[in-house]
Design a protein around this ligand. Sequence first.
Ligand SMILES: Nc1ncnc2c1ncn2[C@@H]1O[C@H](COP(=O)(O)OP(=O)(O)O)[C@@H](O)[C@H]1O
Ligand SMILES: [Mg+2]
Length: 275
Amino acid sequence: MILEGFSGCRVDLTASGTVRKTAPGPAYNDRLRAQCLCQKQFFGVIECPAVLSEGMDGDRYFFEMAFVPGMTPLDAADAHGTGVLVRLADRLAAMLVKFADDADGVIAPDLFRAKIAEVGGRIGAAFEGGDRAVIETAVSRLAAADWNLIPKTSAHGDLTLENILARPDGGFTFIDFLDGPFRSAALDLAKLRQDTRAFWCLRPRPNRPPGVPVDRIVLLGQLDRLLDERLSGRLAMAADRQKQLLAFQLLRIVPYCVDRAVARFLAFNMARQFS
Ligand SMILES: Nc1ncnc2c1ncn2[C@@H]1O[C@H](COP(=O)(O)OP(=O)(O)O)[C@@H](O)[C@H]1O
Ligand SMILES: [Mg+2]
């Protein structure tokens, strides 16, 4: 059975009941190896599946981990009520505050500028006309923004709702860690807002009915408010700074958007961040 993701990695449920994640090609090997290392380091610190083995499948790196039964937090809230979101907000706020306390200087501003320039050069054909203009505007605004004083902290690195499993016992398990230079509790929070404010987890997908489910937008709004309440000033930043970090996270998705409908969805929700 193949599980669904966005990275291009192959994620299989194996016959022995484990999950095997395999790089899509040799160029991705180091990144997946770093993810595995990150997961091993977090094991016992935050809830994540145990890494069971690592190896090579031909020229592609893979690692195997425990299968954790669960569903996305939105599916769980749909099935069991919004208490799921209250518990999730509690857990996320506690985790982010802990990450923020584990700080080590700041992220070099040049890293942000280099990433923004890189994305500016990789706006694919899926972004047509007005959508392309939205992305180009975001690129030039973010290139001119102030990137000083973003704390470098412990972080998940890719804290989206799709990378959180709501378990049947009511707890949460975190997967799909991202190693890399943009590790900050502030960027983790921005990544969560990529879903709660820019609705990335509701993007169009081949096997879903078209249109945006309104009930899910309501749930995301609820989670967004709960998270703000639970954080109550921790990780405090000026509102425009928070928007800047969210826009940066949205911009990082641009090179991976090859589908016209997904590109349009992203551009629409990016434009809302600047209005
Ligand atoms: N250990 C696991 N237990 C249960 N489901 C998993 C596990 N690892 C991954 N999944 C499922 O597979 C999906 C894709 O895995 P993920 O590591 O997030 O890949 P991608 O990097 O493509 O996003 C997840 O969203 C989740 O639904
Ligand atoms: Mg994922």
